[in-house]
Design a protein around this ligand. Structure first.
Ligand SMILES: [Zn+2]
Length: 360
């Protein structure tokens, strides 16, 4: 099946990719020829007028494309020709940007409610078009002030992980290092044990790698949103504009939303793009440490799925709010579940970074 954005779904091109009678040859005309011209312009700077007519210029560009890549069907020829057959279609399709897996559709969302319950939600029966409101001025102002602080705690968490790295060994129980000059490593390993129970893993290394990848992905998401060019900077934290969500949530997003390639996929029942994190005005009434922690919690959901999905399934408590006295409850889950719990990532980052935060 053709998989590029440009070619996918074109039956004439698909025929050319599948069988010899489907060859596209000089003299052909049509939308499918136009797409080949566009592909050659994009991949080889062929400079063709995309008129859908397979004339001499197009034929020359096809020949040049095939020569450059050594596309020759040795069963019947010794040199490249100017027709578009199975091998050429395959090469063009592979070089072109793939069609995203974001062809629309809906995904469930996860949201932290004011009561501290973070649930997976979907369309409610009869949920029609959502009533919207202007983003609150308070949230609009607060987000750019909070985002650098999220950045600080993520950086602090990354520093901790780097400090612990050499002490987390494959197939060896994790123990707190005791040597001299290892204060950083000691506190880092202790934090991994306190928050993620990494000492309970027979082999702590894969769990450690998971944690590190999650924080790495959070950094990537934050740095992308840091781009100043609005054309390439995707949105990350945005104010909520749905009246219904304002009543029930502090913040919400989709698990894995960071990996969507466009804004076509919507949150189920809400109709808003799934590729960002929504911050509600209700969160603005909370203290700043809790606001930052909630943003990291949502960020953990958002960047998850590669490699592990961070959700509230499979024994991961729906309650967040480590910072609000839920520690006992959150400590009780299995060490494996802790690796899939957004609140544990948030807590790790908050403990790692709170001394660097200038909060009131
Ligand atoms: Zn959650």
């Amino acid at each position: 099946m053709l998989k590029s954005q440009l070619f996918r779904g074109d039956t004439r091109l698909q025929a050319a990719a599948d069988s010899n009678p489907g060859h596209i040859v000089p003299g052909d005309r049509g939308e499918h020829v136009k797409k080949i011209q566009l592909a050659l312009n994009q991949l080889d700077n062929a400079g063709l007028n995309p008129d859908g007519i397979y004339g001499q210029k197009t034929a020359n560009a096809v020949l040049a494309y095939k020569q450059k890549r050594g596309i020759i069907n040795h069963t019947y020829q010794n040199e490249a020709d100017n027709i578009v057959g199975i091998m050429t279609m395959k090469a063009l399709d592979e070089e072109l940007p793939p069609a995203g897996d974001d062809g629309g559709g809906e995904v469930a969302f996860v949201g932290m409610s004011a009561s501290g319950v973070c649930e997976v939600e979907g369309a409610k029966k009869g949920s029609g078009p959502q009533q919207t409101q202007q983003p609150s001025a308070k949230t609009l102002i607060a987000i750019p002030l909070l985002e650098p602080k999220v950045r600080i705690v993520i950086a602090a968490a990354t520093f901790k992980l780097n400090s612990a790295d050499q002490f987390v060994k494959s197939n060896e129980k994790l123990v707190i290092p005791t040597g001299p000059f290892q204060a950083n490593a000691r506190s880092a390993v202790k934090l991994l044990i306190d928050v993620f129970s990494l000492d309970k893993h027979k082999n702590p290394r894969p769990g450690f790698e998971n944690i590190r990848r999650v924080f790495f992905n959070m950094n990537v998401a934050l740095n992308r949103s840091f781009e100043t060019d609005p054309l390439i900077a995707p949105l990350l934290f945005v104010p909520n504009t749905l009246v219904s969500q304002e009543k029930v949530a502090f913040a919400y997003t989709s698990a894995g939303g960071a990996f969507l390639k466009s804004s076509k996929t919507k949150l189920k029942g809400l109709g808003v793009p799934a590729d960002r994190i929504y911050i509600c005005d209700a969160l603005m009434k909370e203290n700043e440490l809790f606001q930052i922690s909630t943003m990291v919690h949502e960020l953990a959901h958002f960047v998850s799925g590669q490699p592990i999905l961070i959700s509230h399934d499979h024994g991961v408590p729906k309650g967040g709010q480590f910072l609000k006295g839920a520690k006992d409850k959150l400590d009780k889950i299995t060490p494996e579940a802790k690796l899939r719990s957004p609140e544990h990532y948030a807590f790790f980052a908050m403990i790692a970074g709170f001394k660097r935060l200038d909060t009131d």
